[in-house]
Design a protein around this ligand. Structure first.
Ligand SMILES: C[S@@+](CC[C@H](N)C(=O)[O-])C[C@H]1O[C@@H](n2cnc3c(N)ncnc32)[C@H](O)[C@@H]1O
Ligand SMILES: O=C(O)C(=O)C[C@]1(C(=O)O)C=C[C@@H](O)C=C1
Length: 243
């Protein structure tokens, strides 16, 4: 049974949002109610990862949290062998991932690494997943990470990048925010929860425009980029390294 996210339901002292044990304890409910099409996105990313995975290579999941992508991938891969490195700098998240993995038949295929995605060593990758994580890294660190991702990918390998985004047009950005907060309200969050979460995420979650993401992917060396899913201010991209 997933514990309900009530973290911001009562007035609390302003503090930067962090992936603490408290957040890890309600994470699935938080994402199911805060990220549009979260489960659809995970399911299709697992299918895409299975489609592009090459035997003898690795998959990297940067900012893996409690393993929702890893478990979806394991189910999708079935009896197929694979090797994945799942990285996160939140110990409480990895504790949960480890416990969930122990109950699966593919636990040996996923190595959990507690560390900073900006420093993780990567090589011989056919798939790299960065699902709602780049947005939490300082802007000045994002180019270097994506350049290392491109370098680590084998020819034809793919990066699956999902981000909260902001429209370059101020009026459209406002419209997207309006619909996003409408979604949160429909999912049971109060105006207090919505506004306290927004304040906590200020300068912690730094969204960019799709144009900025595309330009960075091009600088990193990716020539083929598609937006395969978009919902107002959330977008999922697939970037493929040339053969
Ligand atoms: C919104 S969650 C990602 C959701 C997750 N990828 C999924 O598919 O459900 C962001 C995650 O990134 C992690 N994170 C943030 N900054 C990080 C960093 N510098 N290095 C590694 N993990 C980081 C957080 O601990 C958190 O688990
Ligand atoms: O932007 C918000 O209000 C969100 O709750 C989004 C978001 C995210 O995109 O990662 C922020 C923090 C949590 O990880 C859950 C969802």
């Amino acid at each position: 049974m997933t514990k309900k996210d009530c973290i911001f339901a009562a007035p609390r002292p302003a503090a930067p949002f962090a992936f603490t044990a408290e957040v890890a304890g309600v994470f699935d409910d938080m994402l199911d109610r805060s990220v549009p099409l979260y489960r659809e996105s995970l399911r299709r990313q697992a299918q895409l990862a299975a489609r592009f995975y090459r035997e003898g290579t690795r998959i990297y999941d940067l900012g893996c949290s409690n393993g929702n992508f890893g478990l979806a991938l394991g189910a999708e891969m079935g009896a197929r062998d694979f090797s994945m490195v799942a990285v996160d700098n939140s110990a409480p998240m990895l504790d949960r991932y480890r416990a969930r993995l122990a109950a699966t038949a593919f636990g040996e295929r996923i190595v959990l690494e507690e560390g900073d995605a900006r420093q993780v060593a990567m090589a011989n990758a056919s798939v790299v997943v960065i699902n709602l994580t780049l947005q939490f890294l300082p802007l000045e660190d994002r180019d270097a990470l994506l350049a290392r991702v491109h370098e680590a990918l084998v020819p034809g390998g793919v990066l699956l990048l999902t981000e909260k985004v902001v429209d370059g047009d101020a009026a459209l950005a406002e419209l997207e925010r309006e619909f996003y907060y409408r979604l949160k309200g429909e999912n049971g969050y109060s105006q207090m929860e919505i506004s306290q979460k927004r304040e906590a995420l200020e300068n912690v979650l730094i969204p960019e425009t799709l144009a900025a993401h595309r330009a960075r992917l091009e600088r990193a060396g990716f020539s083929a980029v598609t937006v395969w899913l978009k919902w107002f201010n959330f977008a999922a991209l697939l970037a493929r390294k040339a053969d």
